[in-house]
Design a protein around this ligand. Structure first.
Ligand SMILES: Nc1ncnc2c1ncn2[C@@H]1O[C@H](COP(=O)(O)OP(=O)(O)OP(=O)(O)O)[C@@H](O)[C@H]1O
Length: 341
């Protein structure tokens, strides 16, 4: 199995440190989402893995080898970095045939990946007539050509139509199920949440998180419960007495007799339901509000966004908590933890 190993990787462009002593491993058999604000260093990292740029320090290897040591790299790594890279005057089929020949891949792979990417019917059209989404599909077809154990995709959903977005999601899931190593950068949080098992998050070239997606979300976003009752004041008091100090009263529900809606932070449906039942308060609605990757991501990168808007002074930088260990937000604490504090 081929993992991607990034060790102490640093890349400087003049005075800009695009990647800053980065260390992480991308494991096979799962889709790893690669996230971070604009300019965080994701593309630079991918370029370094693919030998398109030389690191200032550190290493990026695939199954222990540098990309440059592969004679037929498409058999080892498939990558989509720039959907505009294909030559416009060639047909899609010819573009793939050239790539296949240069890596001694059988020509049947060209037709297989064209079919897989939904391009069979337009394979004889010149690439310059392709829409952004079609080019994106062609780039993904090229990445799959050598049946590689490692797949790296930079913003693969870019320009894809809804059907294409479902296709890429299912493709990524399948590639991971087949035991491949799949690293996908994206700015689309809903999309990433739909296909990634694991996340690597960068901020200003440094590692902010390397964790399972489920843990990433649950560590940062508190569970909430939406409850509707005929007596919001009584339920609010009851919850406060039981340590639920963040209760938002949303007011009357729509229509007559709809009751009042409350949002209870750091709570679980079973606990709120049991308390209301014990006090004889009628519950008209009781729903767990799902935490989203977007909420968790914004919580983590809030500090980074501030830095991006206004560069800190050296003194501020010194007093900033380590980016690798962001402070636990109040939202991530349980009522018990907050009471202890
Ligand atoms: N060839 C280059 N010359 C100079 N600076 C560069 C070069 N490539 C990247 N940078 C700088 O390195 C930093 C990281 O850029 P990079 O493109 O890797 O970020 P990113 O996370 O991929 O961003 P985005 O989400 O916007 O694509 C940025 O400050 C960028 O301006």
């Amino acid at each position: 199995m081929t993992s991607i190993d990034i060790r102490d990787l640093t890349k400087e462009y003049g005075t800009t440190r695009a990647v800053d002593r980065l260390t992480f491993r991308v494991e096979p058999g799962r889709v790893t989402g690669f996230l971070g604000p604009n300019g965080a260093g994701k593309s630079t990292t991918l370029r370094l893995v693919l030998g398109l740029d030389r690191p200032t320090a550190g290493t990026a290897t695939l199954g222990g080898r540098a990309y440059a040591t592969f004679d037929e790299p498409l058999r080892h790594v498939g990558a989509l970095l720039d959907a505009q890279a294909a030559h416009g005057s060639r047909t899609a089929r010819d573009h793939l045939r050239v790539l296949a020949a240069s890596n001694r891949l059988p020509e049947r792979r060209v037709d297989e990946v064209l079919a897989e990417a939904g391009l069979a019917a337009v394979a004889h059209r010149r690439v310059r007539t392709y829409s952004l989404g079609m080019r994106q599909r062609l780039g993904i077809a090229a990445a799959l050509l050598g049946d590689p154990p490692v797949v790296l995709l930079d913003e693969p959903s870019n320009g894809l139509d809804p059907e294409g977005i479902i296709w890429i999601r299912e493709l990524l899931r399948r590639l991971a199920r087949e035991g491949r190593t799949v690293l996908v950068s994206s700015h689309l949080m809903n999309e990433t949440a739909s296909f990634a098992d694991h996340l690597v998050v960068l901020g200003r070239g440094r590692l902010l998180a390397d964790t399972a997606m489920r843990e990433f979300i649950h560590a940062r976003v508190d569970p909430r419960v939406r409850v509707r009752t005929t007596d919001g004041a009584a339920l609010g008091d009851l919850l406060a007495r039981h340590g639920y100090d963040t209760v938002e009263r949303e007011g009357e529900g729509e229509g007559e007799g709809e009751g009042e809606r409350l949002i209870v932070h750091h709570a679980r449906v079973a606990d709120v339901g049991r308390l209301a039942w014990g006090a004889g308060l009628p519950v008209l609605e009781l729903v767990a509000e799902e935490a989203t990757l977007e909420q968790a991501y914004l919580d983590l990168t809030a500090t980074e966004a501030e830095f991006a808007a206004q560069p800190p002074t050296p003194a501020e930088q010194l007093s900033t908590p380590s980016a690798a260990q962001p402070p636990t937000s109040p939202a991530a604490q349980s009522p018990a933890q907050r009471q202890e504090a």
